[in-house]
Structure formats: structure tokens, C-alpha cells
Design a protein around this ligand. Structure first.
Ligand SMILES: Cc1cc2nc3c(=O)[nH]c(=O)nc-3n(C[C@H](O)[C@H](O)[C@H](O)COP(=O)(O)OP(=O)(O)OC[C@H]3O[C@@H](n4cnc5c(N)ncnc54)[C@H](O)[C@@H]3O)c2cc1C
Length: 433
């Protein structure tokens, strides 16, 4: 079996041909050691475990990513500038509807293909910035696809897939965190409307989104037979006259905003509720398994990007008369990272296949998110250390990867909560939380 790397490679020439020279660049005082390395070195398109449609997605997304080299992502991060160009390119080629039905403009593919898309975006060097700029649009409306009425699907999915609407996802709250069932936002019915009151925290892309998928309690916790009941899900306009949106300065992924939302008297049409009142938690959980798989794919993409840079640098950098990569102290941790990333990758695509086949339990989705984020964190940390002092310099990109990869260990669910879930649901141990 040959592991041929047949994918298009990102080169400075491709970037220049794409007219990207207008993107601002940072000063590069050490340009003599600058290495513009290509992506995709570690995941050949001829991988036997990839289906034909996955290979097609991989190749098509690689071509789009070739227009966006590392310098583009560095500039986006530096200037806190949303990567609108990538979003537009992906929308124009129909990628935002990759796992949505064809009748609304989607491609009717599965999470298996969407995971390839997200891995490739991240692995190209775009990291979590590229992935998060479209993440919500790719998976987030799963509850709409599965539970909304035909009228709602037409109203919501068509403009989203066309890239005209931008959606954000509002679940996390300041006072309840991972304890989603205790969330305190309320939605009170008043005629044809609901009045929403409460707050959300860490809501990504709310600065640019015009739509939000939001979970709120319609029946007080003390009045429901199970805490999973009484939560309702809405997909509605992010009405800025009623919702105060404040950006949170954060560690990484500066180009894609994250925000606190505060609302006291936000009127939402009852026709924007998805499914039955009180059954929102079940619907949001359906989307969450898909999200874990996609975040896992994004994480290993970043891990491979870091590994690629680390091995390039380890080959080129000569200290004590030989390339640093000739030292086992440098080489072995990188070899370990490759094995760990590949192990996680196999789990991710197993989880994706099971999800696409209708398997509802979340152990493989959760496990792949955990394994991928840990493997990617180790790979990015190793990449920084391999670069020595240059690992700390922005022009070598790996410090940005390390800042971004932390996110995959925290969100959408932490490693601790995944272990709680596996301990209880897979091993049958007493619930610990
Ligand atoms: C950059 C960024 C973007 C985000 N984007 C979105 C978004 O778009 N929409 C959205 O809804 N949310 C978003 N989130 C929120 C994210 O999903 C949460 O931060 C995450 O779920 C963790 O919740 P928390 O921060 O409230 O942590 P907490 O619940 O406060 O937990 C804090 C720590 O305690 C641990 N812990 C808590 N309880 C237990 C227990 N019983 N056992 C073991 N450990 C425990 C956790 O694992 C964690 O390490 C985003 C977060 C970040 C950082």
C-alpha cells in the first residue's frame, strides 16, 4: 500500500495567485529561518478507511484552503478579524449545507463527511479560527433538520446554507455552567409570543450572527417530573434591541468572537419554537453528539498542523552540528504524537459512522472528543517546545495553535465530564456528579 500525498499543497505561489497579497503581514525579522510549510502531510487522501465521498470532500476543501495560508490566519488572529472570505467561499460552493437535506440546498452527506471538512479546515493551518467560523452552521441546526416543521426548515435552512444567515448557539449560562438542566433562562408564553429573560455566556459568533439557537426553561424545574423536561428550544432572530451582546476578551481564537448575552424582555414568536414545548433538551442532545465528533476532528486537524510544523523545523534547525530532529529527545515525542493523533482519528471516524447509521448513544462521540483534544494538545505543546524560543514567536504559528487547542479540551464539554459519562454509562459505576 502506498501512502501517496496527492492533495494540493498550500504554497506561497498559490496564495499569491489567489490575490491574497493584499492581506496584511506582520514584520518577520527572522525571515531567513521562516518556513512556509505545506499542510496535509499526515493524512493521505488514499487512506483505505476513507470512503470515496470523504476523499472528495477532503480534496475539494484542500483546494479552498490553499487560498488561505498561515499568514492569513496569523493576520486574522492579530487583528481580531473574522475570516469572512473563507465563510463566503464555503457558502458559494455549498459546503455550509454538507449534512443538510438537498431540498433546502444541502448535500445530504453525513457527519462522516462533515468531520473530514472540519479536520481539513483546521489542519490547513486555519485551526479553530477557521473551524469555528463555520462550525455552528455545519452541525448546529441538526435539531432543526430532525425536529422542525417543513415550513420552518424552508424558512431557516435555505438562507443558512446560502450563507445569508449566520447562526450562533446559546446554551451555556453564567450561573449553571455544565449543569445544563439547571439553566435559569426562562421563556414565558404570552399569546403568540414567548418572553425570554436571562443570560448566556461564551456564545461564539454572536457579534456577527443574525440568528440564534437558544435553550430556555418554559416550565420551572420544581414543576417537572424529570429535570430533562420543561426546557424548550428556539431558533430565532438575535434581536439586538432586546439582547445586550458583550464580547469576552480571551486566550485564543481572537478572530472568532465569544460573548455574554443579557436579555430581560426579549419577545420571540411562538412560531420560532422547535418541536413541542418542554422537549428542547432531547433535541439539543441529538445535536451535541454530532458536535463532539466535529470538535474532535477539528482538534486532530490542529494537532497535525502542529506536528507538520514541528517536523519541518526539526529537520531544518541545526544546533550542535546536526538537525535537532536527529535527537531522540525531539524525534520520539513527535512520533508519539503521530500515533496518538492517528488513534484518535480512527475513533472519530468510527463515531461519525455510527452517528450516521442512527446509533444514538454517545460513548464513541464523547471518547473521540476526549482522545482527540488530549492528543492535539500534546502535539501542539510538543511543537512549541521543538521550536525552542521560536515556538514562542508568533511568526512560527505554533504558539497560536497551542492557545487555540486549549479550547477543544474545555468546550463543548470538559474532559472531566466525559470521564463522568463513561464511568457511569459505559462502566456502570455510580453517578458521581
Ligand atoms: C471560546 C469558547 C467558546 C464557547 N462557545 C460556546 C457557544 O457558542 N455556545 C455555548 O452555549 N457555549 C459555548 N462555550 C461554553 C463551553 O461549552 C463551556 O465553557 C463548557 O461547557 C464548560 O462549562 P463552564 O465554563 O461553565 O465550566 P464549569 O461548569 O464551571 O466547570 C468548571 C470546571 O469544573 C469541572 N467540573 C464541574 N463539575 C464537575 C464534576 N461534577 N465532576 C468533575 N469535574 C467537574 C469542569 O470539568 C471544568 O473543568 C464556549 C466556551 C469557550 C471557552
Amino acid at each position: 500500500m502506498t501512502l501517496s500525498h496527492s492533495l494540493p499543497r498550500v504554497t506561497l505561489n498559490a496564495w499569491q495567485r489567489a490575490g491574497a497579497c493584499c492581506w496584511p503581514s506582520l514584520p518577520r525579522p527572522w525571515s531567513i529561518r521562516f518556513s512556509h510549510s505545506a499542510s496535509f502531510d499526515y493524512l493521505p487522501s488514499g487512506q483505505p478507511d476513507f470512503t470515496e465521498s470523504q476523499i472528495e470532500v477532503r480534496e475539494a476543501i484542500s483546494k479552498i484552503c490553499a487560498k488561505y495560508p498561515d499568514e492569513y490566519w496569523l493576520a486574522c488572529d492579530h487583528e481580531h478579524r473574522f475570516p469572512h472570505e473563507l465563510h463566503t467561499d464555503l457558502a458559494q460552493d455549498g459546503w455550509l449545507g454538507i449534512c443538510m437535506p438537498e431540498r433546502y440546498g444541502g448535500s445530504d452527506l453525513g457527519i462522516s463527511e462533515a468531520a473530514v471538512l472540519m479536520q481539513t479546515l483546521s489542519e490547513s493551518g486555519g485551526g479553530m479560527t477557521a473551524a469555528s467560523s463555520v462550525h455552528m452552521n455545519i452541525f448546529g441546526l441538526e435539531p432543526v433538520v430532525k425536529y422542525a416543521t417543513e415550513e420552518q426548515k424552508h424558512r431557516w435552512l435555505v438562507p443558512l446554507i446560502q450563507g445569508k444567515d449566520r447562526a450562533c448557539f446559546g446554551v451555556t449560562e453564567p450561573n449553571t455552567g455544565l449543569d445544563t438542566l439547571k439553566l435559569q433562562s426562562t421563556a414565558t408564553r404570552s399569546g403568540d409570543e414567548y418572553i425570554l429573560k436571562g443570560s448566556k455566556i461564551f456564545i461564539s459568533t454572536a457579534q456577527i450572527a443574525n440568528k440564534i439557537l437558544i435553550l430556555a426553561r418554559t416550565t420551572p424545574l420544581c414543576q417537572v417530573s424529570s429535570p430533562t423536561h420543561g426546557l424548550s428550544l428556539f431558533y430565532t432572530d438575535l434581536d439586538r434591541s432586546a439582547v445586550q451582546v458583550t464580547e469576552i476578551p480571551k486566550m485564543g481564537r481572537a478572530a472568532v468572537d465569544t460573548n455574554v448575552l443579557f436579555y430581560e424582555d426579549w419577545k420571540v414568536p411562538a412560531s420560532d419554537r422547535i418541536g413541542d414545548e418542554g422537549s428542547g433538551f432531547k433535541m439539543i442532545m441529538h445535536g451535541m453528539n454530532a458536535e463532539r465528533i466535529l470538535v474532535a476532528a477539528e482538534a486532530i486537524g490542529l494537532g497535525y498542523a502542529a506536528l507538520r510544523r514541528a517536523k519541518d523545523y526539526a529537520k531544518e534547525r541545526v544546533v550542535f552540528g546536526r538537525p535537532i530532529g536527529q535527537n531522540q529527545g525531539i524525534q520520539h515525542p513527535l512520533a508519539e504524537s503521530w500515533m496518538e493523533l492517528e488513534g484518535a482519528r480512527l475513533m472519530i471516524y468510527l463515531a461519525a459512522r455510527l452517528f450516521d447509521q442512527g446509533y444514538a448513544a454517545g460513548e464513541y462521540a464523547n471518547a473521540s472528543k476526549y482522545l482527540a483534544s488530549e492528543a492535539a494538545f500534546k502535539a501542539t505543546e510538543r511543537a512549541v517546545l521543538t521550536h525552542g524560543g521560536m515556538g514562542y514567536a508568533k511568526e512560527y504559528h505554533v504558539e497560536r495553535y497551542l492557545r487555540e487547542v486549549m479550547l477543544t479540551r474545555i468546550a463543548p464539554v470538559s474532559g472531566e465530564m466525559i470521564k463522568n459519562y463513561i464511568g457511569q454509562k459505559v462502566l456502570g459505576l455510580p453517578k458521581s456528579y
